[in-house]
Design a protein around this ligand. Structure first.
Ligand code: FAD
Length: 416
């Protein structure tokens, strides 16, 4: 491939969106010798940070990321306190580190720097506005930049432009099946003790209808990221207000009921989590990755790890490319759906069951998991990004769990 770094000309790949997925795929393709242009409408990568910042512990095993661990990890997470709506607690503690709480803004920025060091050219404060087929098989993109409009040609457009993806809209590719809004608030806990290596998950219709709320230790000794994500229509402001007075959160911070619980708010950001990949997320000359493709895990809303895994797979395919880009893209699509599609489909099934649970059913379900044997199994096998294998093991180990909420039996059978 001929390297051409002049703007307004040909590129091997144009990546739209310098979030974690866009910066990582640019880095990987630039490392392979492709000429890559990375475009983002923001002036600065990583901000505002709309994220809980909790990632799978395997994230840093991905190619090229090991050195970022020391710089961007804030806390190693070993356990979780899962609270039922009425306040009973499922305390999980693994032997190994299960996840990391990261400085997400720094993570995004460091990925962009890594990519630029490998030769990626960037256009910040620049927005993709239009796309059409060129004279040959290439795509012609119209980008508005601070210096005016430019047109560029490329063989491959990689849409990493998030939940409201312009690439997806311009190419009429499929929307993710569901998008849930979420809010993340960075606070300094004034009272109580922030657990060093545990996170809290709080369920319940009044807290976060259809999904959950969380508390994740972040910066220093007192930093905490509190957030919630709930199905559309839920009242976020009310939900957050209740959360800041929630006795379950007080318990997580080792405060007694009646103790004062105060927080100093540092930042508050709203965002959206698209989940459930549609059927068409690739097209001739176009691939969607990350949130634009709805790759986030439907059970946790975690989108960083799956997005980077998909970027890793695309890079592996483009390392030994077929003779046409169309074939490379088809190969990527088939392999992604084969390797991860099943897990994602089953996760969506689990998510739909979770959505349907009423508070009293959630209470029963969480209580049913608190006996010693099940806790051991969860602690051994639990993985925030692979909940299906755990769910299947639990159900096989104790089939009576299938009957806890009888109306979910048909869905649980499909899970097995
Ligand atoms: C409240 C909340 C909490 C979350 N918590 C977690 C968590 O704890 N762990 C986790 O793994 N995930 C979490 N997520 C999800 C995670 O933030 C996303 O999955 C992740 O950011 C996806 O990365 P991305 O690169 O695909 O997209 P994004 O990070 O959204 O980046 C997209 C980029 O594209 C740019 N862009 C958009 N349109 C254009 C255009 N037309 N032209 C140029 N640029 C454009 C944007 O400016 C942006 O920089 C959370 C999400 C929310 C909302």
């Amino acid at each position: 491939m001929e390297k051409n770094s002049r703007r307004g000309r040909n590129w091997d790949a144009v990546v739209v969106g310098a979030g974690p997925v866009g910066s990582y795929v640019s880095y990987r393709l630039s490392s392979l010798g492709y000429s890559v242009l990375l475009v983002d409408r923001k002036s600065e990568a990583g901000r505002p940070m709309h994220c809980g910042g909790l990632v799978n512990a395997s994230l840093y095993d991905l190619e090229g990321l090991a050195f970022l661990k020391e710089r961007t990890v804030l806390r190693a997470v070993r356990g979780a306190d899962i609270y039922s709506p009425s306040g009973s607690k499922l305390p999980l503690t693994g032997k190994d580190v299960k996840a990391f709480s990261i400085d997400r803004a720094l993570f995004d920025l460091e990925l962009l720097r890594l990519s630029v060091r490998k030769g990626t050219e960037t256009m910040m404060s620049s927005t993709l506005q239009g796309m059409k087929n060129g004279q040959n098989s290439e795509k012609e993109l119209r980008i508005s930049t601070p210096k005016g409009r430019v047109e560029v040609l490329t063989d491959l457009v990689i849409g990493c432009d998030g939940p409201a993806s312009t690439v997806r809209q311009l190419e009429k590719l499929d929307n993710p099946r569901e998008t849930v809004p979420g809010v993340s608030i960075e606070v300094e806990a004034i009272d109580g003790r922030v657990p060093e290596d545990r996170v809290a998950v709080l369920t319940g219709e009044r807290t976060a209808k259809g999904f959950f709320a969380w508390a994740i230790p972040s910066f220093g000794d007192f930093g905490l990221r509190i957030g919630l994500s709930a199905i559309s229509g839920a009242h976020f402001r009310e939900g957050m207000k209740r959360l800041f007075n929630d006795e379950r959160l007080a318990d997580f911070l080792s405060l007694g009921s009646g103790d004062e619980m105060r927080f100093g708010e540092l930042s508050r950001v709203f965002g959206a989590i698209p989940m459930g990949q549609g059927k068409r997320t690739t097209e001739d000359g176009v691939v969607l990755l990350g949130d634009s493709a709805g790759m986030a895990k439907p059970t946790s809303g975690g989108g960083i790890y799956p997005g980077l895994k998909a970027a890793d797979l695309l890079a592996a395919i483009l390392k030994d490319p077929e003779d046409s880009m169309t074939r490379n893209i088809r190969k990527f699509n088939m392999r992604w759906r084969k390797e991860y599609g099943r897990e994602l489909t089953k996760s969506m099934l689990l998510r739909n069951m979770f959505r349907k649970l009423e508070d009293r059913e959630m209470d029963v379900a969480i209580s049913a998991l608190t006996d010693r044997r099940k806790l051991e199994l969860i602690n051994e096998t639990g993985d925030i990004d692979h909940p299906i294998s755990l769910a299947v093991r639990l159900l096989r180990d104790d089939p009576s769990l299938m009957m806890i909420v009888p109306r979910l039996l048909p869905s649980l059978r499909k899970l097995l």
